[in-house]
Ligand binder design. Structure first.
Ligand code: ADP
Length: 496
C-alpha cells in the first residue's frame, strides 16, 4: 500500500497525506497490513485509509522507543531537548494553515478555530522547550556526615492515547512535557481523526529528534490503545478521553506492570450565572462555554444555572444569541459550528436530545439535525431541566445546553457540585465576594470567573473526582513525567 496520498482541500491547500505508521523516524506499513477508513464528517465520504497498528506494531514502536531511551536520547542535553521542542514550535507555525486545514477536513472544526489550535500547540512546545533545562533536584541536609540529593529523572517509555476533539492540540499537550523531561513516546491518535497527527509526524525528524524518541501511530482503541495500556515495557500511560475508557486503561495498567497512569476524562461542568452578572457578557461566555467546538469539549459548560431574578430574560437573550452561531462547512470563513465528528457521535447526541424531550425538559430551540448530509446538529437549548434528568447528569459531548433556575448562593453550590465529575466550572457575577466564595466551594479542577474555556499553556488543567488523575499544562504537568531519585552519600564512612 502506498504510504502517502495527494489531497486537495476546498481552500486550495494541496498536500501529501502520510498514511503509514511513524516508528523510529521512518514511515512503515503495519505488520499485518491492516488499515482503516477515515471519514469526512462534513460529507460523510471516505477521505482515505491509514495503516492500523496492531499489538505487534505497538511492540515494534516500544522496542524503538526503549532503544532510544537507553541509547542516543539519554546522551542529549536538556538544552538540546529544549531546542528540538522550539524547532517543532517553529515548524508548527510555519505549517499552521496546512495542519489547520487537515484538522478541518478530518475533525470538522472550522479552519479558523483549527488555526488557533495549531498556534496553541506551538505555544505548548515553546513553553515546555523552556522547561527542558530547568527541571532539577535538591540537596537535603540530614546530618554533617551525609550528603543527600534528589534527581528528577524521566519515567521512560510513555504511551499516550489521545481523543478526536482536539487532535493536534492534544498531541502537543502530551508530547511537550514528556519530551522536555527526557522521556520517549508512542502516541496513538483517535481512530476518528488520525490525519493531522500524521502530518505533524512529518515534522519530527526535521525538528532534530533522534529516531525512536517520538513514535506516532494510528489505531483502534480496543486494539492499539489496549496494547499500549497492557504493555509490559511501557512505563507510563497518559490518556485523554472518556471516563469509561479511563477506567479500562487503569485496570490494564494495574493488571500489567503497574505503569504510572494519568487521566484527563469527562466532565459535566456547571456554568453559574448570578443575578448581579453582566448579562450580555455572561451570555457570550455561556454560549462559548457550551457551543465551542460543537460541544465536543471535556470541560464544556453543559449545566447552566441561572439565578431566578434574571432567568426568563437570560433564556430569551441566550436563544437570540445562538441564532448568530453559524453552522456549516468548516472551510467557510463564517462558520462557528461544524459537524459532529462521526455518525456514532451524531447518533449519541441525538439520542440524548430525544431523552431530554421524553423526560419533559422544554426545548427552547434546536433539537434536530441541521441540513440533510454531514453530521450537523442544530444548537439546542433545553430549559426547566431538573437535577435527576439524564441530560443534566451525563456528558453529552455535543451542542446541547441544559438550563435550570436556582434561588440562593448555597443552592448554586449544592447543585453545581451534584455530579460525579469535577473538571471545570464557572461563575458569572460582579461581586468579588461571591466569586471567591463560590470558587472556594466548587469541587472542580478549574473555576473560571466571568469567562469560560480560558485554557492557557501556563495554567494547570485537570479533574477532581471522576474527571481524572494528574494535571496537564503548566509546571504541574512535569510531575507526570518525572520520578524522584534520592541519592544518599555517607561521607564519613563507617556506621552511624
Ligand atoms: P470517545 O468515546 O469520545 O470516542 P474514547 O474515550 O473512546 O472517546 O476515545 C479516546 C481515545 O481512547 C481514542 O484514542 C481511542 O482510540 C482510545 N480508546 C478507546 N478504547 C480504548 C481502550 N479500550 N483502551 C485504550 N484506549 C482506548
Amino acid at each position: 500500500m502506498s504510504l502517502t496520498q495527494t489531497i486537495e482541500l476546498p481552500n486550495g491547500v494541496k498536500y501529501e497525506q502520510p498514511l503509514g505508521l511513524f516508528i523510529n523516524n521512518e514511515w512503515v506499513n503495519s505488520v499485518d497490513g491492516g488499515s482503516f477508513e477515515v471519514i469526512n464528517p462534513t460529507t460523510e465520504k471516505v477521505i482515505t485509509s491509514v495503516q492500523e497498528a496492531s499489538e505487534k506494531d505497538v511492540d515494534i514502536a516500544v522496542k524503538a522507543a526503549r532503544a532510544a531511551f537507553e541509547g542516543e536520547w539519554s546522551q542529549v542535553t536538556p538544552q538540546d531537548r529544549g531546542r528540538y521542542l522550539n524547532n517543532l514550535a517553529d515548524l508548527f507555525e510555519k505549517n499552521r494553515l496546512l495542519l489547520a486545514s487537515v484538522e478541518a477536513l478530518d475533525n470538522g472544526k472550522a479552519v479558523s478555530e483549527a488555526q488557533g489550535d495549531v498556534q496553541a500547540a506551538a505555544n505548548v512546545f515553546r513553553y515546555y522547550g523552556g522547561w527542558a533545562d530547568k527541571v532539577h533536584g535538591k540537596v537535603i541536609d540530614t546530618a554533617p556526615g551525609k550528603f543527600n540529593y534528589t534527581k528528577q529523572e524521566p519515567v521512560g517509555v510513555c504511551g499516550q492515547i489521545i481523543p478526536w476533539n482536539f487532535p493536534i492540540l492534544m498531541w502537543s499537550w502530551k508530547i511537550g512535557p514528556a519530551i522536555a523531561t527526557g522521556n520517549v513516546v508512542i502516541i496513538k491518535s483517535a481512530e476518528q481523526t488520525p490525519l493531522s497527527a500524521l502530518v505533524a509526524a512529518t515534522l519530527i525528524k526535521e525538528a532534530g529528534f533522534p529516531p525512536g524518541v517520538i513514535n506516532v501511530i494510528s489505531g483502534l482503541g480496543r486494539v492499539a490503545g489496549a496494547a499500549i495500556s497492557a504493555h509490559m515495557d511501557i512505563d507510563k500511560v497518559a490518556f485523554t478521553g472518556s471516563t469509561p475508557v479511563g477506567r479500562m486503561i487503569m485496570k490494564a495498567a494495574a493488571n500489567s506492570n503497574l505503569k504510572k497512569v494519568t487521566l484527563e476524562l469527562g466532565g459535566k461542568s456547571p456554568n453559574i450565572v448570578f443575578d448581579d452578572a453582566n448579562v450580555d457578557d455572561a451570555i457570550s461566555w455561556v454560549n462559548f462555554g457550551i457551543f465551542f467546538n460543537h460541544g465536543q469539549v471535556c470541560c464544556a459548560g453543559s449545566r447552566i444555572y441561572v439565578q431566578e431574578g434574571i432567568y426568563d430574560k437570560f433564556v430569551e437573550a441566550f436563544k437570540a444569541r445562538i441564532t448568530k452561531n453559524v453552522v456549516g462547512d468548516p472551510f467557510h470563513p463564517e462558520t462557528f459550528q461544524g459537524p459532529q465528528v462521526s455518525q456514532l457521535q451524531f447518533d449519541r447526541v441525538m439520542s440524548y436530545i430525544e431523552h431530554g424531550k421524553q423526560e419533559g425538559a422544554k426545548i427552547e430551540c434546536g433539537g434536530g439535525r441541521h441540513g440533510t448530509s454531514g453530521y450537523f446538529i442544530q444548537p439546542t437549548i433545553f430549559s426547566n431541566v431538573t437535577e435527576d434528568m439524564k441530560i443534566m447528569q451525563e456528558e453529552i459531548f455535543g451542542p446541547v445546553a441544559s438550563i435550570a433556575k436556582f434561588k440562593t448562593l448555597d443552592d448554586a453550590i449544592r447543585i453545581g457540585n451534584n455530579t460525579t465529575f469535577g473538571l471545570a466550572s464557572a461563575v458569572h457575577t460582579t461581586s468579588l465576594a461571591t466569586a471567591i466564595d463560590v470558587s472556594n466551594r466548587l469541587k472542580a479542577g478549574t473555576v473560571w470567573i466571568n469567562t469560560y474555556n480560558a485554557l492557557h499553556h501556563q495554567l494547570p488543567f485537570g479533574g477532581y473526582k471522576e474527571s481524572g488523575i494528574g494535571r496537564e499544562l503548566g509546571k504541574a504537568a512535569l510531575a507526570n513525567y518525572t520520578q524522584t531519585k534520592t541519592v544518599c552519600i555517607n561521607l564519613a564512612g563507617g556506621k552511624d
